[in-house]
Design a protein around this ligand. Structure first.
Ligand code: LLP
Length: 419
């Protein structure tokens, strides 16, 4: 069953008509399907089951506690990139032994907190970071397990803003520096090298870049082993793309797993994958309501109550998302620019989309909004962060409340002098 679909003339999330939730919660809101998330996790785990693999959910894709908890209950680990995400993963029940800490620059405070929790390992991105981790580990009388993120200089063939594996990107350690960095690590106190890591980008729609990068990392792992380094873990990052529309088809997870097996399977390592989008992207939608419609010359605008601050992907990456309207009556189709109320032309979800003519008050659904939706929201224009709802069968529950205006404004405090 498709988690989100029209049935009996009503748009449904699992067995709940989206209109019921809109009436109870108000719009806009994010809506997620428990069944969809669990099915994705199970499919991935099943594809990887011949390997000694750990799925570390990239919490950045959607860090709602209820969703992390669903994955924790299924045995997932977590890939975190900040102290905040680490705290979320731990609170949602993911054991520290299944948490890896990635990110291009961890602060001393973050390193200290992660060491105190005894996380699985750090994915280290620079020599200075390595030294900071060593010094902190010594100070706390701990040993930090580390893998180094390699920058394999491979083009993931995705949007430039989410491409991370080319040498001009800020991420990882250049292949030419790898040998020297691992040698330094051997000598540093408080450091135990456990593996290699990479992440070449996100929303990757072909397997070629994965195959090239994973092969490169496998060669490196072998060379490092030959040089006496303890390489027991290969962290392959995330990045597997999803279908946002009918024209583009992402590789199947089984084919992806076959690439993993073929490229790094022979190394007898613990294999970590860090999917974010693949697990939750198509398990969520953003539901808004039409406020007004209007035409400026030849363009028809559908102005809805969700905006770029609630869902940034279309304005930030020109991302295409399927958008469906829930009309109360069958109406002839019209071409619409679907926009929010924020005072920027970039506050546009889609241009020239064909939808049956819509009226103020009708619901509009932006699909594929489960990943990098709510987590990238802001309260720009003093718009409250959008609430989140989780559906399970014919039940739904709020998993994040809409804040009230007083609590938003109360974050600002009157100026007092500090000398
Ligand atoms: N691991 C690391 C180290 C990452 O930086 C990321 C994503 C992931 C895993 C998960 O990647 P995924 O499986 O979700 O592709 N906001 C952008 C996406 C940014 C991705 C950042 N890193 C978007 O909306 O497209």
């Amino acid at each position: 069953m498709d988690a989100f679909a029209y049935r009996d003339g009503r748009y449904h999330a699992e067995n709940v008509a989206i209109r019921r939730i809109a009436d109870a919660v108000g719009t806009p809101f994010y809506c997620y399907s428990r069944t969809a998330i669990e099915a994705r996790y199970d499919a991935l785990a099943e594809s990887l089951k011949g390997l000694d693999a750990l799925v570390c959910y990239a919490v950045k894709a959607n860090s709602n506690q209820a969703l992390i908890r669903l994955l924790a209950d299924r045995g997932a680990g977590a890939d975190v990139v900040s102290e905040g995400e680490l705290r979320r993963a731990l609170l949602a029940g993911i054991p520290a032994s299944k948490i890896v800490f990635s990110g291009v620059a961890k602060t001393l405070r973050e390193i200290e907190f992660a060491l105190a929790q005894d996380i699985r390992h750090f994915n280290v991105e620079s020599e200075q970071e390595l030294h900071a981790i060593s010094a902190t580990a010594v100070r706390l009388d701990k040993t930090a397990r580390v893998a180094f993120r390699i920058n394999p200089d491979i083009d993931a063939g995705t949007h430039e803003k989410i491409s991370t594996g080319k040498s001009e990107n800020k991420f990882g350690i250049a292949v030419t520096r790898v040998e020297s960095v691992y040698r330094q690590a051997l000598e540093l106190p408080g450091i135990e090298v456990c593996g290699v890591d990479l992440h070449i980008g996100s929303q990757i729609m072909t397997l070629g870049p994965f195959e090239a990068a994973y092969s490169r990392v496998a060669e490196l792992a072998q060379a490092l082993r030959d040089a006496g380094h303890g390489i027991s873990t290969i962290d392959l990052g995330g990045g597997l793309g999803i279908d946002y529309d009918e024209e583009h088809t992402a590789p199947s997870v089984a084919d992806y797993a076959a690439v993993v097996e073929k490229t790094v399977g022979h190394l007898s390592c613990k294999i970590i994958v860090e999917p974010g989008r693949w697990l939750v992207g198509n398990a969520g939608v953003l539901v808004g309501r039409v406020i007004y419609t209007k035409s400026n010359g030849s363009t028809n605008f559908l102005i809805i109550d969700a905006a770029m601050n609630d869902f940034l992907r279309p304005s930030m990456y020109d991302a295409h998302h399927t958008i469906v309207g829930e009309q109360s009556s069958a109406a002839p189709e019209k071409l619409y620019d679907i926009v929010g109320p924020v005072c920027e032309t970039g506050d546009t979800f889609a241009r020239k989309r064909k939808l049956p003519a819509m009226e103020p008050g009708e619901l509009i659904v932006i699909e594929g909004a489960g990943a990098y939706g709510s987590v990238m929201a802001s309260s720009y224009n003093t718009r409250p962060l959008v609430p989140e709802v989780l559906v399970d069968g014919d039940e739904f529950g709020i998993i994040r409340e809409r804040p009230d205006y007083d609590s938003i404004i109360a974050l600002d405090i009157p100026w007092t002098a500090t000398r």
